[in-house]
Design a protein around this ligand. Structure first.
Ligand code: C5P
Length: 298
């Protein structure tokens, strides 16, 4: 079984004060973009769950129980009393620790692939419940498209969104740790009153209109200032996007990947060339969105 599973960006990410369990309540608008990892699932002896990894960052991906795709396979087997094993192989295109939900997307892909391999035939709601136990972004990676996430990000509701958008992604040299970025935000906000997270009505209106110019004006990420404190050089990358006419620029999720909205495909090519030749980022990619979530291709 082969599954293609997309990266996500956050068009809006509003973060509340930390709860007792350490998690932060969020109100976020996710969009899945056309940049994919591939997850293959092949039969293996009973109880065996193994993984091999190729592609982007392959040497840094854990091959044991810390691998989120392995945890996803085990969680699905436990939930549905499956005794079969699986040999997973991940081919990665999505950067690691980039704020693009690469690991979560692989977990969503493993759920879909193992469901098919083992003939579980779990309903969407059942898969979503298993996904929510694996990580905040995993339920969205199953659904894809454009959607609101509340709770820790795992409670997904659909959004009325029109249009397709051209994004340019600029990768930094090293990843950022999501828990560290959230902790940095807490440090920055110490002593401030932190409002309940909410999705901006301007952002929802822009998505309903399908107009990239309106969308560019209301992209917003509360984690950005924490990511910039931990990685000040990202400010120059964001400025460069603005100089080359990006309709909007922001850090994706907990970063450090910077995301730029282009007005159309030609503009996206120009932006990508400008960012690549700046020497400010490790690499640059283009992707359009929204796209569907993790799907079987064979
Ligand atoms: O849910 P996930 O395992 O992807 O989260 C990784 C880490 O990010 C958590 O351990 C937590 O430190 C932080 N996090 C948070 N609030 C969220 C989501 C993630 O504090 N809503």
């Amino acid at each position: 079984m082969t599954v293609r599973t997309p990266a996500k960006i956050n068009l809006g990410l509003s973060v509340g004060a930390p709860q007792l369990d350490g998690y932060h309540p969020v109100a976020t608008v996710y969009q899945a973009i056309g940049l994919y990892d591939e997850v293959k699932a092949r039969p293996a002896p009973s109880g065996d769950v193994g993984v091999v990894v190729s592609g982007e960052g392959e040497q840094s991906v854990p091959l044991d129980e810390d691998n989120l795709a392995v945890r996803a396979a085990r969680a699905l087997a436990d939930a549905f009393h499956v005794t079969d094993g699986v040999a997973l192989s991940l081919h990665k295109t999505i950067a690691l620790s980039g704020g693009l939900a690469g690991g979560s997307s692989d977990a969503a892909g493993a759920l879909v692939a193992c469901d098919a391999l083992w003939g579980v035939q779990a309903s969407r709601a059942e898969l979503q419940a298993v996904a929510a136990g694996l990580g905040s972004d995993v339920p969205f990676c199953l659904v894809g498209g454009t959607a609101v996430g509340t709770g820790r990000g795992e409670r997904i509701s659909p959004v009325l969104a029109r249009g397709s958008y051209e994004w340019v992604l600029a990768y930094a040299d090293d990843g950022l740790s999501t828990p560290e970025v959230y902790s940095e935000l807490d440090r920055i906000r110490a002593g401030e009153t932190v409002d309940e997270p909410e999705v901006s009505s301007e952002l929802m209106a822009a998505l309903r209109s399908g107009d990239p110019y309106s969308l560019g004006l209301c992209l917003n990420n509360d984690l950005q200032r924490a990511a910039l404190r931990l990685r000040p050089s990202l400010a120059r990358t964001l400025d460069l996007g603005d100089e080359f006419g990006a309709l909007g620029s922001l850090v994706s999720g907990s970063g450090p990947t910077c995301v730029f909205l282009a007005s159309d495909e030609d503009h996206a090519v120009d932006l990508a060339v400008a960012l690549s030749s700046s020497g400010l980022c490790r690499s640059v990619q283009r992707a359009s969105g929204p796209v569907p979530g993790a799907r079987l291709v064979t």
